[in-house]
Write a protein that binds this ligand. Sequence first.
Ligand code: ADP
Ligand code: ASP
Ligand code: MG
Length: 824
Amino acid sequence: MTEAGRVVHKFGGTSLADPGCFRRVARILAAWPEPRQVVVVSAMGGTTDTLVHAVELAASRDDSYRDVLEGLCVRHSDTIRELLPSEAAGPVIAAIDRDMGDILDVLRAAMLLRGFSRDTMELVTGYGEVWSAQILAALLSTLGVDTEWLDAREVLTVQRNSRDVDVDWAASRERISEWTNRHRTAPTLVITGFIASTEDGVAATLGRNGSDFSASIFAALLDATEIHIWTDVDGVMSANPRLVSEAVTLDTLSYDEAMELAYFGAKVIHPSTMAPAVERALPIYIRNTFKPDLPGTRIHATSSSAFPVKGLATIEDIALLNLEGTGMIGVPGTAHRLFGALRDEGISVVMISQGSSEHSICFAVPNALAERARAAVEQAFFAEQHHGQIQRVDVTTDCSILAVVGEGMAGRPGVAARFFSSLGKAGINLRAIAQGSSERNISVVVNGSDTQRALRAAHAGFYLSEQTLSIGLVGAGNVGGTLLGQLQQQARRLKHEFDLDLRIRGIATSSKMLLSEQPIDLEHWRDQLEESGELPDLAKFAMHVHADHLPHAVLIDCTASDDVARLCGTWLERGIHVITPNKRANTGTIEYYRRLRQANRAEGAHYLYETTVGAALPIIQTLHDLVQTGDEIDQIEGILSGTLSYLFNRLDETHSFSSLVEEARRLGFTEPDPREDLCGTDVARKTVILAREMGIPLELSDVATTSLVPESLRDGSVDDFMAALPAFDAEMEARRREAADRGEVLRFVGSIGRDGAASVALRGYPQSHPFARIQLTDNIVLFRTQRYRDNPLVIQGPGAGREVTAAGVFADLLRLAAYLGAPV
Ligand code: ADP
Ligand code: ASP
Ligand code: MG
């Protein structure tokens, strides 16, 4: 039978999980432009596992296998009744009932025998495909698609080997042509995947996940031109998307790459699938049943990619055996004997690594075979062990293999370096390493408990920008909220221009927190926080943001909270970078401040807080540069509060002090309780931050602070305070006039000298002084230093407001990215 132009489709169990899935599959086939098609099906999702379980139960004399089978029967008949009219449903249900009767007979025998043979297991587990093929064929027929179904056991002939099967191509070809002669050829043929029979007619299977292999076998037998494997992901991805959320879909893969990935655990395709396709150069497409419009991944002879690495995969439940001894050095045939012994035991070796000293050979086998492998090796080297030439055979179970695959790795230096350094940075211990001489694959053995972390770290090393920042924002009020808006505006450009990948993966407020694996959509974060936010838990929050598969983690504290500030030390000590406009951390005890600096030095975690003084004005950075370049600071003096700056800039004979406080409050320039500004503590905190930056171990209590809040108004409500304040206007006016008579203006200033004397007070300054010439909420800072002695260094500009403060935090974030290597 020559069916040129035919496509072989294969639908996996995930695509046939329930009636809705069957309908979706039928729609894809009905809409297919070429009417002649071959459809290979897996069992309904989970059926094969259930059948395996039933066999094991029976063999262990647990008669609940009957209930398990009953459940399967109900699931299938419900599906059939929902999909098919009763006249079509009847025969299919009857056929399944008959099969169930046979299975019950076989399992009763297994129960009596207290065990099962390979024949039993392969007979029973193959029924799922027989049922799903009949259901799909009947559904297509009722939809008017001319369909026939074929039980692959009638044609596909295999020889069993110790591990799986070899296809008997000649016999299969002959039997399929006999079958075709006996049956009318309907345009659509539904064939069972996974199952086959031996030459003697014994039911066999192609191994778990074997329906993919069936698809390519039938593509070869029926001379199809393409294979489309439909599953539940968009194609072959750079890693299993269930383990690595950043995995990307690959456009193309070569047969060899696909085979290596499949062999090393990418279960999206069975490793044997490629061989029959290679000979005929049949392209294999991996596609998503749930998104049929996507093109999927094309697997073909060559795959072009500028990228050296295609994908990463893991095999779990591996045991590592190490044969070690001086007696092996230079002795020919050791490896031959070793692997010969394993072969005789039917043990397949997954990976081998030998040091060039020949002092040890290390190899990996499935966990379940570890003890048998050890016994085989010990027996083969009994004499050497007896004579002390071989010291020991070590077995380490519960390991995993992590493999990185890609043709572009061949001849390209640096790939291994990147692989190992990503694993090293994540603190993953490597137990063994192997690279095939094709250079298409590098594999390492890691502890089983490290599997996912290792996979994610290695994936990030190849697929993510090294400047990928996992960001958590604590406090999403005025400044935090504005920052998110600014990030939303700039993120795409920063990624495009500088490969800087800023990912907000957590947002916390005092009532809720939102954690997300994928970057949070900054347009809709408020709704998301509202809808799916959970109760805040900053320990969990930090752990989530500090995901070790992402190169860097940063927490931004945009609160004014002492509680959050107290966590900064722990975060830095854990290697999380911290950025904050919150003054609390830097103005806690000097011991805490030293701890922050020490963590910064020891862990390499950056701690940036430019916006704690003068919002975005470059005050901290300037001071830092002065100190680090060896200048000596004599004095720093500054108007450090935007609110108080405004009040005294506006104070004159026509504006009373209380009316200005009222006005500033209305304009949002003050805290809700203006006393928090007027008491001077905020300025004192900023003075402490500057002092400590100068190297002076100042405490907040060391700052001589003069409050502008009259003694009698310190307690009581805000309203009472505002009502009582005018009574003190005369006093303030007298001070203003006194100063004016001297040709001076009043300014509220913080100052710190090199001797450590620090004060915060209202002082007079002549009209010619820089402090006299500022506007609105301007901040201004004067640095008198050895280098800037005659004429001070002055920094002046708006020093408050959500936009500038948020922009200052953003600038700190970019500074951090630059420290981490981004070319911003
Ligand atoms: P089907 O039932 O269609 O045969 P499988 O469950 O056998 O589906 O295979 C698809 C699954 O393979 C995906 O859901 C995914 O979890 C897993 N998988 C593992 N590695 C990869 C990879 N590299 N790319 C895509 N999927 C992968
Ligand atoms: N149903 C079989 C399994 O679960 C074959 C397959 O799905 O490919 O292993
Ligand atoms: Mg599969």
